[in-house]
Design a protein around this ligand. Structure first.
Ligand code: HEM
Length: 154
């Protein structure tokens, strides 16, 4: 649109002090922007939500939805590895051992294998919470299924 000023962020030259991004609202350093990325608590809240929906999708027989949520957990945890590299080893091992087993059970539509691998994954996640000094964070499956999604087979 001609004549409408665009307020595109620009990156200031590196020479004087930390690199700054100029927005229409003001200046932010790259460090400030990095600090504003979702942290472990925010990402884990989303992980817990997706994990809950994964379980109930499998119980309802909507295996594609269950697999979708297992992949959501995998994607969220890969993002966490980037913003908090100290967890990357544990997250990679959790993905290879537990998320992969849950996904494989979804692909085979195998409810018995799903329940076993899901329970093992929850135990492993809670052991990792304890390892990282948060033994009081014990994830548990909510008794209520989510109400915003069709959980039965299509
Ligand atoms: C499906 C598996 C997992 C579930 C359902 C889960 C769930 C949760 C939940 C609900 C929280 C509390 C979030 C909040 O503050 O509201 C949390 C925190 C946390 N989780 Fe997990 N988690 C899982 C796997 C993992 C794994 C693999 C790690 C690897 C290191 C991990 C490390 C942590 C840590 C360090 C916190 C504390 C957050 C903080 O320091 O702010 N979790 N998790």
């Amino acid at each position: 649109m001609a004549g409408v000023p665009l307020h595109l962020p620009t990156i200031a030259p590196m020479s004087d002090g930390p690199q700054r991004v100029l927005t229409e609202h003001g200046e932010l350093t790259l460090e400030q922007i990095a600090d504003l990325l979702p942290g472990t608590g925010e990402i884990m809240q989303s992980v817990g939500n997706a994990w809950w929906k994964c379980a109930y999708a499998a119980r309802g027989g909507n295996w594609e939805l269950a697999a979708y949520f297992a992949r959501r957990v995998r994607g969220l945890q890969r993002k966490l590895s980037i913003v908090r590299p100290k967890y990357s080893g544990d997250l990679a091992a959790f993905e290879a051992e537990h998320v992969a087993a849950v996904l494989a059970a979804c692909e085979r539509k195998d409810r018995g294998a799903f329940d076993r691998s899901f329970d093992l994954a929850v135990d492993a996640a809670n052991a990792l919470h304890a390892k990282w000094g948060k033994s009081y964070i014990r994830w548990t499956l909510p008794a209520e299924p989510p109400r915003d999604l069709e959980l039965s087979e299509g």
